[in-house]
Design a binder for this molecule. Structure first.
Ligand code: TRP
Ligand code: SF4
Length: 331
């Protein structure tokens, strides 16, 4: 039996290259060596965006299509939707009984957002509790590994503490809920069109399924070294967001060509951008082909999620039997 991996993603709509390089690429790799469970964290999306669900359904399925487009294989990985699994909520409720408030209040994601998110009211029970919900998501599958970004490391740490406490309080030190380990994606931050981290809200993203003409247009409009005003001015790649994309997409020879051409004014910025455009289009090609097949057959996507949800439910139910019994809830 392969060790189990579990991860979730919030349904924020069509995914971009940052999602792919930061998480999805790793998910695709892991499905060959682990028993992978990947889910749409739609309740998590509601912990911050509880008032608006107008786009939720579309966002959920757009994201699943992007997973499949990236190469997640439904025969290898179990794909499901969190809100279809009330068992997560049950475990969350039971874990909540013994979890000290301070464990949640001290988390950086909580403290930072409370200060930063001035546009929304986050002094809610749901927002404070969301890392505990995440712990339930993980523990209910007894996952050994949780691939996440660095920002989520404290949540995996809390999950470990919650599991330890549960085993201590309710199982006499036996391992009913094993402690998971975080698996960090080794890649750095994916740069966006302006050189800052790629994100939908910053408006600097290229979507996985952007049309080729859109990709081309976006890259051609990218700002470059601000001090390279004329074609005849030599530039410095270190001041240029295009150079950051070369570091993701170009091999040594192309990078060498770009640096030499830039610093000697031997190439223009549009010349320099072309290999980046070509590399992104090449990367997108198989995604686009797979996505087209799924978009032409939405029933198949629903079916994949349906099968995954039932598979996940069998595991979740088994764990809940053990948890109820450990907590004396079998009357
Ligand atoms: N909290 C994660 C995020 O915002 C998503 C998530 C929810 C998750 N439950 C999870 C990730 C369980 C890993 C495991 O990105
Ligand atoms: Fe940037 Fe390339 Fe133009 Fe240099 S030549 S400023 S690296 S786009």
């Amino acid at each position: 039996m392969k060790p189990r991996v579990l991860s979730g993603m919030r349904p924020t709509g069509a995914l971009h290259l940052g999602h792919y390089h930061g998480a999805l690429k790793n998910w695709v790799r892991l499905q060959h060596d682990y028993d992978c469970y990947y889910f749409v964290a739609d309740w998590h999306a509601m912990t911050t965006h509880y008032e608006d669900h107008a786009d939720l359904e579309r966002n959920v399925y757009d994201m699943v299509v992007d997973w499949l487009a990236a190469g997640i294989e439904p025969d290898r990985a179990t794909l499901f939707i969190q809100s279809r699994m009330p068992e997560h909520a049950e475990l969350f409720t039971l874990l909540a009984m013994g979890t000290p408030l301070s464990w949640l209040q001290r988390l950086p994601t909580y403290r930072d957002q409370m200060v930063q998110a001035t546009d929304r009211h986050l002094a809610t029970f749901g927002f404070l509790g969301y890392p505990l919900l995440q712990a339930a998501d993980i523990l209910i599958y007894k996952a050994a590994f949780v691939p996440v970004g660095e920002d989520q490391a404290p949540h995996v740490e809390v999950t470990r503490e919650v599991a330890r406490r549960f085993n201590h309080l309710h199982a006499g030190g036996q391992t009913v809920l094993p402690e998971p380990r975080a698996l960090f994606t080794e890649v750095g931050r994916m740069p966006g069109l302006d050189g800052a981290r790629m994100s939908k809200s910053a408006g600097n993203a290229i979507a996985m399924r952007d049309e080729p003409a859109v990709v081309e247009e976006k890259v051609r409009r990218m700002p470059t070294d601000p001090q390279r005003v004329r074609r005849s001015d030599p530039g410095d790649p270190e001041r240029c967001p295009v150079w950051k994309l070369h570091q993701v997409y170009s091999d040594a020879a192309v990078k060498d060509w770009a640096v030499k051409g830039c610093t000697s004014a031997g190439i223009g910025c549009l010349d320099c951008k072309q290999p980046v455009i070509d590399a992104i289009l090449k990367e997108q090609k198989p995604w686009r082909e797979r996505a087209e097949a799924y978009l032409g057959n939405p029933k198949q996507v629903h079916w994949i999620v349906e099968v995954g949800t039932e598979r996940a439910r069998r595991v979740a139910r088994e764990t809940m039997k053990e948890v109820r019994s450990a907590m004396g809830l079998v009357y």
